[in-house]
Ligand binder design. Structure first.
Ligand code: F6R
Length: 614
């Protein structure tokens, strides 16, 4: 979390930093700040709040400096306020630093530095780092580049940092470990630094992704120099960005979330294209084909993920068990890593992550790797830390997801996991050709079906109008629809701040039924399929207690229609594909409720898109 940007080049820095921070604001929006050099002086502007508040702090006279750094914060150490906002400065005011990550041993370093006379202004771990760099530089009489390297060899934790020194307006020092950082190289010795490529794409396509424990110097005279933490020189590997600028803009929608919900027909299609061949009846995924033997013989699959990605993992559990007959365990990455889990070298671990930067998922991957398992990544962000840490994988082609609440990433993840499960089932010879062909054809029809569901938007909006003031909601589903119930509840709570719970429909009678009264909306996924009759009974149990039923039903349904207060019809599809279609009205419902309550759907309170801390 936290977004960092830096610029060094031929043009004024201000606009580049502000624009870059706005693009990275999804990573955190508790405070914003920037530092630049003007007339030989280091100027720092920062405040609690968003990038727009920072613009007000800077005022109408914009800095003309050609070098600067900027930060948008998701608070970890210290409350969001002006003092804790980044950049932080050294005691003598000569060095400014921005940081994304957590310095775990900051307390002991801080104590040592205080013993040596350093005075701290903020509660942050970041301020300790800049004082440490100052301390090392003064004690060792070394360059800033070297001081940063030496200081970082003393710290534990995660960091992506950019350091600016007022005595050198031609140079920035950059370093990374376990937090993302990319350097863009422009045409005329212009350098762009950012947490991801979105602030850079407008200016250059040539980028270098720093590896962990690398320290880089960008210098207008000497260009880019990289060393590792042991001071060995590293050759920069320049890659071409494939990201398109339109993909990271709102394109006429009021919010990124609404745009991303409506992009799903395309993102689903993109996640299928080139993989499913209806003529041959085969699915082509290189991460599976290259490790065919492992997939054929693995006795078990472990899935690690967080949040919405974990919900996609739950759908995958049903898919793998149903199609490929492999036992699956789905784990919250944060729990998995801290409980000495049993991992066999024959296991396959699937790590699911939209951002590819989630710290808990990354740590779970490292643990499973140490134990010899094959790690398969399902990531959306190309070149992200998780995609690089895994042995193989398959990208979801959802395109950049900027709204903090995950929508199109979820459906793309399920689509990709679906193809993996089918492909593995084929390789193991446990699924008939007839079933595979039918499911592949159904999968191919999803973009049109999702398009059709999006047309129910007005109905969903009208239902949202009725329930916008509720304070609790229950989501129920069975089988493949249980993870969708969890996902629907998560969407509602994270963007509208309404308490919501997802439950397997049959579990309701073991406790949650006590909550039901005439004020409780109960959203039920009641599509035709294996558990339809049972869900109908669950609906009756809710109605008997005067609960308000909003049902997602298969088009043409009459039974549920006769008992529910509201219904949203979705096209008929195979049970195993219902999650991809039925989640759409739930996303729209949360969106409308949140908008009606005046909430910021793209940047819900306390959240950040990319959770790079434990
Ligand atoms: C919910 C949401 C989060 C993420 C979770 C994992 O809408 O966005 O719950 O799903 O933080 O993030 P990734 O998928 O980037 O690892």
């Amino acid at each position: 979390m936290c977004g960092i940007v830096g610029y060094l080049g031929n043009e004024p820095v201000y606009e580049k930093v502000i624009k870059g921070l706005s693009r990275l604001e999804y990573r955190g929006y508790d405070s914003a700040g920037m530092a630049y050099i003007e007339d030989g002086e280091l100027v720092v502007k920062k405040c609690k709040g968003k990038v727009v508040d920072l613009e007000n702090v800077v005022g109408s006279v914009k800095p003309l400096s050609h070098i600067g750094i900027g930060h948008t914060r998701w608070a970890t150490h210290g409350v969001p306020n002006d003092v804790n906002a980044h950049p932080h400065c050294s005691g003598d005011g000569s060095i400014a630093l921005i940081h994304n990550g957590i310095i775990e041993n900051y307390a002991s370093i801080k104590q040592e530095l205080m013993n040596r006379g350093h005075v701290f202004l903020s509660d942050t771990d970041t301020e300790v780092l800049v004082h440490l760099i100052e301390d090392v530089r003064n004690a060792e009489k070394v360059s800033l580049f070297e001081a940063v390297r030496l200081a970082l060899s003393e710290v534990h934790g995660a960091y992506a940092i950019v350091v600016l020194d007022k005595s050198n307006a031609d140079q920035l020092i950059v370093a990374k470990k376990s937090s993302p950082l990319v350097i863009g190289i422009g045409a005329q010795d212009d350098f762009y630094i950012a947490s991801d490529a979105t602030p850079i794409i407008e200016y250059t396509k040539n980028v270098v992704y720093l590896n962990d424990e690398e320290v880089a110097r960008v210098d207008r005279k000497t260009g880019l120099t990289i060393v590792n933490i042991d001071n060995q020189s590293q050759t920069p590997y320049i890659q071409a960005l494939e990201l398109k600028l339109e993909a990271i803009e709102k394109g006429g929608y009021d919010s990124f979330m609404l745009k991303e919900i409506h992009e799903q027909p395309r993102s689903i299609e993109d996640s299928i294209r080139g993989r499913v061949n209806l003529k041959t009846g085969l699915i082509k995924m290189s991460g599976i084909d290259e490790h065919e033997e492992r997939w054929k013989t693995a006795p078990r699959i472990l899935i690690v993920a967080c949040g919405t990605s974990w919900h996609a993992g739950l759908v995958a559990e049903y898919l793998f068990e149903d199609f490929a007959r492999i036992p699956v365990e789905v784990e919250y990455a944060s729990e998995f890593r801290y409980r000495n889990p049993i991992i066999y070298p024959t296991d396959i671990v699937i790590a699911i992550s939209q951002s590819g930067e989630t710290a808990d998922t990354l740590a779970a991957i490292e643990l499973a790797k140490e134990r010899g398992a094959l790690i398969f990544g399902v990531c959306n962000v190309v070149g992200s830390s998780i995609s690089r840490a895994t042995h193989c994988g398959a990208y979801t082609h959802a395109g950049p997801e900027i709204g903090v609440a995950s929508t199109k990433a979820f459906t793309a993840q399920v689509v990709v996991l679906y193809q993996i499960a089918l492909s593995v089932a084929q390789k193991r010879g446990v699924i008939s050709n007839e079933r595979t062909t039918r499911l592949m054809a159904e999968l191919g029809s999803l973009p049109l079906k999702v398009e059709q569901v999006l047309k129910t938007n007005a109905i969903t909006e009208a239902i949202a109008e009725i329930y916008q003031h509720c304070s609790n909601a229950l989501y129920l589903g069975r089988g493949y629809s249980f993870p969708v119930a969890l996902e629907g509840a998560l969407k509602l709570k994270e963007i509208s701040y309404i308490h919501a719970e997802g439950y397997p429909a049959a579990e309701m009678k073991h406790g949650p039924i006590a909550l039901i009264d005439e004020n409780m909306p109960v959203i039920v996924i009641a599509t035709e399929g294996a558990s339809y009759e049972k869900v109908v009974s669950n609906i009756q149990e809710v109605k008997a207690r005067k609960g308000q039923i909003i049902a997602i039903v298969t088009e043409g349904d009459k039974t549920v229609k006769g008992m529910a207060d509201h219904v949203i019809e979705i096209p008929r599809t195979d049970d195993s594909l219902v999650p991809i279609v039925s989640v759409i009205p739930l996303q729209l419902f949360s969106y409308h409720v949140a908008i009606m309550r005046g909430c910021n759907v793209d940047q819900p309170r306390n959240l950040a898109k990319s959770v790079t801390v434990e």
